[in-house]
Ligand binder design. Structure first.
Ligand SMILES: [Zn+2]
Ligand SMILES: [Zn+2]
Length: 359
């Protein structure tokens, strides 16, 4: 099991993930930047736990969209959700009490033999309680998201919604993040297209800050800061890439990295979980179009995308307004960013947005 630890100086929580930890010597030279040669990747890979036909290599599915009459955990699916085999957070912590009760000081071990220091007043901990699922985006090993059929990407986004709605009823969870890491520079070494969903027992401090700023504006001005931002973007126009009946796609005024792209519902909606099925289908098509544009404009960049939602308890609160954010990994965090938490963006959003309108 894993553990949440709070930095007493920033109050930011960190997940110490023992089950997925690497030994110190394994970090040397582990940075992967070389892309697999796409021509060498076939539709099926015999060792890949995400490929159709290899279901026995992965944990039992939590949900799947599959051909009528086929059995769970066998072929016949087109989107499949499974628990992460090496979860950052997990619900399987029945025995955690023995780890956390008793005198302060000293050490204890978890089931992997990892030594946990006991919590003190300065060093706060919590059990690593949560959920961590993988959504396998496609049964095909070599199919990339920009080339999914419209139906495939729509069903993927409907799976995100289904898993969110299933997890958010658990009172132990405070926040749910849905995200995708694509490519080694974005944090994954598995070529088979997949996404992840993590439910956490705390609200991360970065999000707390977003929330308190949005709440403050709502209380002071009486409107949603994000709605006002969207209106300002429309009036300015220079950073907008795309606008439909339901959504707006733009490079934010204060983008933290080059080509950072936000997709937001044009009309006020606090949380992704409130969106209708039709709206989610429309969103999926836009995400495909935007990532396809990046594929062509930036030569198949590594990227992350993630949903920015309010905490579960605030899903209906009007101070917040959800977005999906796509961040191509074109630069790396360096000393200044790590030391200050501030970003240095070497691109101008007005210029990158104009460039992307051509793709
Ligand atoms: Zn595969
Ligand atoms: Zn709004």
């Amino acid at each position: 099991m894993s553990e949440l630890r709070q930095d007493p100086t920033t109050r930011e929580w960190v997940i110490i993930a023992t089950e997925r930890r690497r030994r110190p010597h394994e970090f040397g030279g582990a940075f992967l930047s070389k892309k697999e040669n796409d021509r060498d990747i076939q539709e099926y890979s015999k060792d890949c736990p995400f490929c159709s036909g290899n279901e026995y290599l992965s944990p039992h599915e939590t949900a799947s969209y599959r051909t009528y009459g086929t059995s769970p955990n066998s072929k016949g699916w087109w989107v499949r959700s499974i628990p992460n085999k090496f979860p950052a957070l997990s619900l399987n912590i029945e025995n955690d009490a023995s780890l956390y009760e008793g005198a302060r000081g000293g050490v204890n071990t978890d089931f992997t033999g990892y030594f946990f220091p006991r919590a003190t007043e300065v060093f706060r901990t919590k059990p690593g309680l949560g959920a961590h699922e993988v959504v396998i985006d496609t049964p095909k090993h070599n199919e990339k998201l920009p080339f999914f059929s419209d139906k495939q990407i729509q069903e993927l986004f409907l799976m995100y919604r289904e898993r969110y709605l299933d997890l958010h009823v658990n009172p132990k969870f405070k926040y749910i993040i849905i995200f995708k890491n694509n490519g080694a520079n974005a944090g994954t070494s598995i070529a088979h297209s997949h996404s992840q969903i993590i439910a956490t027992p705390i609200i991360p401090l970065t999000l707390r800050n977003n929330i308190s700023q949005a709440r403050f504006y709502y209380d002071e001005v009486g409107r949603c800061i994000f709605c006002d931002m969207i209106q300002s973007e429309i009036v300015d126009g220079r950073r907008i890439i795309l606008q439909t009946d339901d959504f707006i796609v733009f490079h934010p005024f204060a983008s933290t990295s080059p080509f950072e792209t936000w997709i937001m519902p044009l009309y006020h909606e606090p949380c992704f979980s409130n969106a209708s099925i039709d709206k989610i289908k429309a969103l999926a098509i836009i995400v495909k179009k935007v990532i396809n544009g990046m594929f062509n404009a930036l030569n198949d960049p590594d990227y992350n995308f993630l949903f920015n939602n309010p905490p579960i308890a605030d899903e209906k609160e009007n101070y917040y307004h959800w977005s999906l954010r796509i961040i191509p990994r074109l630069t790396m965090k360096a000393g200044f960013e790590i030391g200050t938490g501030m970003s240095i963006n070497t691109a101008i959003p007005e210029e990158t947005a104009e460039f992307m309108r051509g793709f």
